[in-house]
Design a protein around this ligand. Structure first.
Ligand code: DGL
Length: 262
C-alpha cells in the first residue's frame, strides 16, 4: 500500500488549528488533510497538563484510527503538555508539534521587547520555560485566559475583543518602549493577527509559528518518503467536530475562518 497517499491528521482544542490547516493547504498543495477540533473539551489552556494530555491522547487515537500518515498537533498548549509523551508512545509515527515562536521573534528582533501571548498551560510548562531560558532575555510572557473563546465565537474584531487586547498591551505601550515583536503563541490568536496589529505601532512585528510548523511537517514527510506525489481528487480536507452538540454550527464557522486571508 502507498502510504504517501494517506491524509495528514491535524488537531487542536477547537478552531485555532484551522489557521495551521490554512497554511498547510497553501504550502502542501498535493496533500489531503483530516482536521479534528476537540470543541467538546475546549479550552485546553486553562486545564491541568494531565487533563490536556488525556484529551490529546484520545484525539490522537481517533486520528490514527482514521489512517493518517502523520499528525500535526496544531496547538501550542497540547504540544507543551503532551507531545513528548505521545512521541514516547508512538516512536515510529510522525508527530509534529508547535511552541510559541519566541525563537523566531528573538532571531528577527534580537533587541527590543518581545511580548508572548499564550495560554496559561503553555506558559507554565517546562517546555516553554526551557525556550524562555534560551531566547527570553527581552521577552515578557502574557497569559491570555479567555482569549481563545473570542475566536470560538467567531469574533475576530469586536470592540470587546479590542478592549481585552488593549488591557494586555497597555502597560507595554505606555512606557515609551513599544514592543519590537508580539508572538501569537496560540493557534487561535493567529486569526486575530490584523486586529492585534491594528492596536500596535506599525513597526511592531506580529509573528506566529504556523509556517515553521508546516515546513517541519514537509521535512519529516520528505525524510520518510511520505510526501504525496500528486494532487488528490475531490475535497482536500475534511473537518470533524464529533462528540460536540453544536458540530453543525462549528462546521460553518470553520469554513468561514478558513477563508480569512493569511
Ligand atoms: N489553540 C490552542 C493553542 O495553540 C489553545 C487554545 C485552548 O486554550 O484550548 O495553544
Amino acid at each position: 500500500m502507498d502510504r504517501s497517499a494517506l491524509p495528514i491528521g491535524i488537531f487542536d482544542s477547537g478552531m485555532g488549528g484551522l489557521s495551521v490547516l490554512r497554511t498547510a493547504l497553501r504550502m502542501l498543495p498535493d496533500e489531503r488533510f483530516v482536521f479534528y477540533g476537540d470543541i467538546a473539551n475546549a479550552p485546553y489552556g486553562t486545564k491541568t497538563e494531565d487533563e490536556v494530555y488525556r484529551c490529546a491522547r484520545a484525539v490522537t487515537g481517533r486520528l490514527m484510527d482514521e489512517g493518517v500518515k502523520a499528525l500535526v498537533i496544531a496547538c501550542n498548549t497540547a504540544t507543551c503538555a503532551a507531545a513528548a509523551q505521545l512521541r514516547d508512545e508512538f516512536p515510529d509515527f510522525i508527530i509534529v508539534g508547535m511552541e510559541p515562536a519566541l525563537k523566531l521573534a528573538h532571531d528577527q528582533c534580537p533587541e527590543g521587547r518581545i511580548l508572548v501571548l499564550a495560554t496559561p498551560v503553555s506558559l507554565a510548562s517546562q517546555k516553554y520555560r526551557r525556550l524562555y531560558e534560551s531566547y527570553g532575555e527581552h521577552a515578557v510572557s502574557l497569559p491570555c485566559p479567555g482569549l481563545m473563546e473570542f475566536v470560538e465565537r467567531g469574533d475576530i474584531d469586536s470592540e470587546e475583543l479590542k478592549g481585552y487586547l488593549k488591557e494586555k498591551f497597555g502597560p507595554y505601550l505606555a512606557d515609551g518602549q513599544a514592543p519590537s515583536a508580539v508572538v501569537l503563541g496560540c493557534t487561535h490568536y493567529v486569526f486575530l493577527k490584523s486586529t492585534v496589529q491594528s492596536l500596535l505601532p506599525a513597526a511592531t512585528r506580529v509573528l506566529d509559528g504556523n509556517e515553521g510548523t508546516v515546513r517541519q511537517l514537509r521535512r519529516r514527510l520528505e525524510q520518510q518518503g511520505l510526501l504525496s506525489a500528486a494532487r488528490p481528487a475531490g475535497e482536500r480536507f475534511s473537518l470533524g467536530f464529533h462528540l460536540a452538540e453544536n458540530a453543525g454550527k462549528a462546521d460553518s464557522l470553520a469554513r468561514k475562518l478558513l477563508r480569512i486571508p493569511e
